[in-house]
Design a protein around this ligand. Structure first.
Ligand SMILES: Nc1ncnc2c1ncn2[C@@H]1O[C@H](COP(=O)(O)OP(=O)(O)OP(=O)(O)O)[C@@H](O)[C@H]1O
Ligand SMILES: [Mg+2]
Length: 295
């Protein structure tokens, strides 16, 4: 379902969380540490448009178009077929982003804007623009100008690499792009195994009543990113199921006269168990290490 004026993201499940898609001519930032799937996200977004008769403009900094297209092929998207027909690249290399963003880019965009073809723009990664200057004010001006210029064409999705410190919701290094954006999505990866160790969270989405949960997503070759959109209901059911397992373990421990400190630990674990997997195995190991259950 796509609401009027909404641009379907092409990320399976995501549209449902943001009232049908991104608002046209908005700037969206995808934040995540290395390897979370930012490139996958933007490739899927741009290819979804192309598959539906739109055009795509891919702004790169470090990697050449050839490398990007090779990577896309590995993920199952044939970009070469559309190269310089519906899919165009701007390779902003070198250090002089300021000159490029302030002078060359507006000219390029002006030439394209006259065509009146729906265009999706991605900037992947935008991080080098931030790193180009340590001066926060200059960063703000540069990123603001970049968004302002490219939004003329259509939705702009930019990726920003973050290095969040433990306990931070989003890293300090990404505050400026998030602030200047109309919407921001956070991707996280917990390398702990399990089916849903990658999660997506919508930090903001202007003019949109958006999902507020933490949504697990996975990669499927040939399809791309798939977001599970019902975190709450399922999590609640699982929590209740897991609670029973904890209660059982606590009862067993009490029955076997386990030390109070250990029972206290199990209770804390129960309250804090937010993982996708069952606590059964962990409980068994813990009980066993206290010598409470036989091997
Ligand atoms: N189709 C797929 N099937 C399985 N795993 C995949 C698939 N596509 C991507 N991945 C996994 O996602 C990881 C990251 O993908 P991606 O390149 O999109 O991340 P990124 O956030 O752009 O990383 P970087 O910051 O290094 O650019 C890959 O290393 C790979 O493990
Ligand atoms: Mg990437």
């Amino acid at each position: 379902m796509e609401l009027e004026g909404r641009i379907s993201t092409g990320i399976y499940g995501l549209d449902k969380l943001i009232e049908g898609g991104f608002i046209d001519k908005s700037a969206i930032v995808i934040v995540g540490s290395s390897g979370t799937g930012k490139t996958t996200f933007v490739m899927q977004f741009i290819m979804h448009g192309i598959e539906n008769g739109e055009q795509g403009l891919y702004v790169t900094m470090e990697e050449a178009p050839k490398q990007i297209m090779k990577m896309a092929k590995r993920m199952g998207w044939d970009m070469e077929k559309h190269y310089e027909k519906e899919l165009f690249f701007i390779h902003l290399k070198g250090k002089n982003f300021k000159k490029m963003i302030e002078e060359q880019l507006p000219q390029l965009v002006k030439a394209r804007a006259d065509y009146e073809i729906k265009t999706r723009v991605v900037i992947d990664p935008m991080t080098p623009v931030i790193w180009a200057t340590p001066d926060k004010l200059a960063q703000r001006e540069l990123i603001g100008k970049l968004f302002y210029t490219l939004k003329e064409l259509g939705v702009v999705v930019a990726t920003v690499e973050e290095h969040a410190k433990p306990g931070e919701t989003v890293g300090e290094d990404v505050l400026i792009p998030v602030y200047l954006s109309d919407g921001a999505i956070h991707l996280e990866y917990y390398p702990v195994g399990g089916a849903f160790n990658r999660t997506l969270k919508i930090i903001k989405m202007r003019g949109t009543a958006h999902g507020e949960g933490v949504y697990p997503y996975m990669f499927i070759r040939g399809a791309g990113m798939v977001v599970r959109t019902t975190p709450m209901e399922r999590a609640v059911v699982e929590k209740r199921k897991y609670d029973e397992i904890f209660d059982e373990a606590i009862k067993t421990a009490e029955h076997l006269k386990a030390p109070p400190t250990m029972i206290e630990k199990l209770k804390i674990m129960k309250e804090n168990w937010t993982y996708d997997s069952s606590p059964e195995e962990a409980l068994e190991i813990i009980l066993e290490s206290y010598g409470l259950v036989g091997k």
